[in-house]
Write a protein that binds this ligand. Sequence first.
Ligand code: PGA
Length: 253
Amino acid sequence: MSNRRPLIAGNWKMNKLSADGLALAAGVAGRRRAQPDLPCDVLVCPPFTLLSEVAKAVAGSGVMVGAQDCHAKVSGAHTGDIAAAMLKDAGCGAVIVGHSERRTDHGETDAMVKAKAEAALAAGLMAVVCVGETLAERDAGRTFEVNRSQVQGSLPDGANAANTVIAYEPVWAIGTGRVATPEQAQDVHALIRAELAARLGAAEAAKMRILYGGSMKPDNAKALLALPDVDGGLIGGAALKVEDFWAIAEACA
Ligand code: PGA
C-alpha cells in the first residue's frame, strides 16, 4: 500500500435523467456524510445536463463533481461544446479527458486530449487523463508501447500530483465484465508511473494517482485497490447504483 489517498470516481457516461441522477447523487453524498473517515476521495461525473444540480445535491458532503469531457478552447464558435471554465462555473472540481469512448467515437488524438487537459488545468479543474490499449494491441504485444505513448502524448504541461490523475482503462475491459487481472493491472500501472517519473521526476510521480478502470465491481475492487500502483478506480457500470459504487469505496478501508 502506498500513502497516496485513493480516488474513487464514478463515470456515469450517457446515463441518468434528473430524477434518477439526483437520487444517485444524494445517495452517494449520504454515504459519504455517514463515513467521512473512509480513506478515499470520492468523485462523481454525471452528464453535462446534471452537473449543476448534482453539484448542489452533494454540496458540503465532501463528494466532488466532475464532467466527462471539455473543449480545449476557452470560449468561442464551437457549437455544442463546453469550456472548462463553464464546468468550473457549474460546480465541477474535475473533468475526465481522453476516455477511450471519446477517442473512438470522436476521433480524439493524444494531442487533443493534452490540449483539453491543459484547458482543464488552466480553469482550475483536476484533469483525469485516460489511457489504455485495445484488445488487438494487447494481443499484438503492444500494451506497454501504447500506454507509454498515450501518457507521453496526453499528459498536460504543468501536470502535478495535485492537478492531474491518470486512469488506466484497458479498452477490452470497459463495460465487458472482463476485468484485468491484478498482475496485468499492476504491470501497466508500474509502467505508467515510470513514464511519469521520466517526465515529472520521481518524487512527483510517486505522489500522482493512477486509477484503474474497466469492469471494476464490488467483488474485484479489493484485489485491484490493494496493488502497489493502483490508487483508486474509474468506475462506469457499477457507479450507477449507490450500493455498488459505495461498496467499491469501502474496499479502500
Ligand atoms: P465500466 O466502465 O466500469 O463500465 O467498465 C469504466 C469506464 O469506462 O470508465
